[in-house]
Design a protein around this ligand. Structure first.
Ligand SMILES: Nc1ncnc2c1ncn2[C@@H]1O[C@H](COP(=O)(O)OP(=O)(O)OP(=O)(O)O)[C@@H](O)[C@H]1O
Length: 366
């Protein structure tokens, strides 16, 4: 009941401010119009009498009325502009407050940069609560070890903590307890920019920026990229064909509303693999793909797994059996804990949660 109550309080506040603003505007316009019109009436009445008595000429009266009108109109405009100016000053203050915010500590401190990242990942007794929900444990005493160049699939019921685990690995949050190690070094001691540069991440809802496809694919990539690299990445992600059919091919301007969910996901996958990351993380990155494209992406993961040169550590949160089967090991999560670990055949044989997930939804596990 806490959230609806707070929401209502804010709505009431907005309504109160809105009513006050409308009343103030109404009062101001009423008084100004009254003053404006009555000035004209008084001027014409008094001026008319003065013309009759011969004190002023009709021409002088007309000039007087016109000057008054201009003056009042100008005063009105000044007031209008002044109130816009005050609103702008208020908004600018907020913008400056945001600009003055300091980056978080992890960006300010210079952490370690390893000579070569191998991609070994360990979670040692990691527990985690989101700062906004300190009473609900999301991960509890997690102990995981992912070997360098291993492909791990994470499956589990919705809300079991799969994305949270990835958020911790990306250091978007710090574990409440325990330690995450990368190549044996504590994650919090590594240079976060350097580490993120070595990680390719595709999230559940990838965002495209309003620029051409080419720039969207190489966005955030620190090495020099040529057109062949971009096309190679797009081909790997099975995006080349649809990109080539766009009006200007790789130069077509796109954004979030122009492409379908599956097309955006394929561009995001191309964006992740063009960086040649040591660690590739896919969080439900194929959820919007049709069966054909899903199959091709799982083949790509297969290729990464089997080709010695392309091998990298891959963590994939997936809902599809074809992707999950491509993994060396499958990690099954339930209520923030790892409840099963093994390959597809071993887990089926175990007849636990994984087997149940496979049985209930033959091709949907995440
Ligand atoms: N930013 C957040 N603040 C508070 N609680 C959160 C936040 N993000 C997730 N949670 C909670 O943490 C729990 C785990 O969420 P998480 O997204 O990690 O699960 P998931 O297994 O990835 O689920 P799904 O498969 O539906 O994506 C859920 O109960 C969720 O409500």
């Amino acid at each position: 009941m806490l959230y609806p109550c707070r929401y209502k309080q804010w709505l009431d506040k907005i309504v109160f401010i809105g009513i006050r603003e409308s009343l103030a505007y109404g009062f101001w316009h009423l008084s100004f119009s009254t003053l404006y019109r009555s000035t004209q009436v008084v001027a014409v009445l008094l001026g008319g009498m003065s013309i009759l008595t011969g004190h002023v000429t009709a021409e002088q009266l007309m000039k007087y009325v016109l000057y008054c009108e201009w003056l009042i109109y100008a005063a009105w405009r000044v007031e209008d502009n002044l109130s816009s100016l005050l609103q702008t000053v208020g908004a600018t203050e907020n913008v400056f407050q945001l600009m003055n915010l300091m980056p978080s500590d992890q960006f300010l401190s210079n952490g370690m940069k390893l000579q070569r990242l191998m991609g070994k990942i360990e979670f040692v007794n990691v527990s985690f609560y989101y700062p906004s929900r300190l009473t609900v444990p999301v991960l509890e005493h997690l102990n995981i070890s992912v070997r360098a160049k291993e492909m791990i699939a994470i499956v589990g019921l919705s809300g079991s903590g799969k994305s949270t685990l990835v958020n911790l690995l990306l250091r978007l949050y710090e574990p409440t307890n325990g330690e995450i190690l990368v190549d044996g070094f504590p994650l919090r001691k590594l240079d976060i920019r350097w580490l993120r540069d070595k990680i390719g991440f595709v999230g559940q809802e990838p965002h495209l920026l309003h620029m051409d496809v080419k720039s969207n694919i190489c966005y955030g990539c620190s090495r020099d990229i040529i057109q062949e690299d971009i096309e190679w990445a797009a081909k790997q992600a099975h995006a080349h064909e649809f990109i080539s059919s766009l009006p200007s091919g790789y130069e077509t301007i796109v954004d979030d509303c122009v492409l379908s969910g599956g097309q955006k996901q394929r561009i995001a996958i191309a964006r992740a693999i063009i960086r040649d990351p040591t660690i590739l993380i896919l969080d439900e990155a194929t959820s919007a793909l049709d069966a054909d494209n899903e199959y091709y992406i799982s083949r790509l993961l297969h290729a990464f797994r089997n080709d010695g040169r392309a091998k990298r550590t891959i963590i994939v949160i997936a809902h599809s059996l074809s992707t999950v089967k491509a993994a060396d090991r499958i990690m099954v999560m339930n209520s923030g804990r790892v409840v099963e670990m093994g390959n597809h055949a071993e887990l089926l044989h175990k007849d636990g949660l994984y087997a149940r997930l496979v049985k209930t939804k033959t091709d949907a596990l995440g």
